[in-house]
Write a protein that binds this ligand. Structure first.
Ligand SMILES: [Zn+2]
Length: 246
């Protein structure tokens, strides 16, 4: 399984970059998780519209969903040009009525409204979710392929459910929105600080922790140091274009 980080910023993208988007490749499948601002420009460097296998959306905040509308347009043009005839399965929690209506209006989109405790299998990928703690309904994602496992936290405050989902994961891509000392602010907005993320990785016993959903201030090196203080394993910072073989 290959995991490509298409964007790593919380809230809005820095120049030339993107907010949340992850491309997962396995067994010929190319699955996009989240479709934030600037994500399509990064995605299309690796996968063309006709070759995308599925989309999972963790929640309906703009920094995870802003490019969904233009993905709908890309599918429309692909359909009109005849370059794609297969429907694109999209899995997500129920969301804003206008967005759901728009997604349902494109014939090439096969929209599946899932529950946060559902599971599905795509190609050789066994996928399950768990609800996170966030101001809007949100789900973390776990993908198991038999010999590897990848967990993406989506957005969340601390929750034992996320520890459980991440337990034993080869790769844990976890939101890390704030620094030590901001724990109260983090809970208020449904996010985690670096020490909490490190503690979560330690409790879950993951193989490799990658920090994402990064803040636009401070020194990201401090995020790594603060996570490492609680977690004995390998810690990396996500970056646009980084790829992890799991
Ligand atoms: Zn969010």
């Amino acid at each position: 399984m290959k995991v490509h980080v298409l964007g790593c910023w919380g809230a809005y993208p820095e120049a030339g970059e993107a907010t949340t988007g992850v491309l997962v490749e396995h067994g010929g499948q190319r699955m996009l998780i989240d479709c934030g601002s600037g994500v399509l420009a990064q995605l299309f460097q690796r996968v063309a519209v006709p070759d995308l296998s599925a989309v999972i959306l963790t929640h309906h905040h703009h920094d995870h969903a802003a490019d969904l509308g233009v993905l709908t347009y890309a599918l429309l043009l692909s359909r009109l040009q005849g370059t794609r005839t297969q429907k694109l399965p999209m899995y997500m929690l129920d969301g804003p009525a206008d967005r759901m209506k728009e997604l349902r209006s494109e014939p090439l989109i096969d929209l599946h409204v899932v529950g946060p405790s559902d599971a599905l299998t795509l190609g050789g990928m066994h996928i399950r979710f768990t609800p996170t703690v966030h101001p809007v309904p949100c789900m973390a994602v776990r993908i198991d392929t038999g010999d590897a496992s990848f967990v993406f936290s989506a957005d969340s405050s601390w929750t034992d459910g996320l520890v459980e989902l991440a337990t034993g994961a080869s790769l844990f891509l976890c939101e890390c929105s704030m620094y030590r000392g901001q724990e109260r602010d983090a809970v208020a907005v449904g996010h985690m600080t670096a020490p909490q993320v490190g503690e979560m990785a330690e409790q879950a016993g993951v193989g490799h922790l990658v920090l994402t959903h990064l803040p636009h201030y401070g020194d990201h090196g401090q995020l790594v140091a603060q996570a490492k203080a609680a977690y004995a394993g390998r810690v990396s910072l996500a970056a646009t274009g980084s790829t992890y073989e799991v």
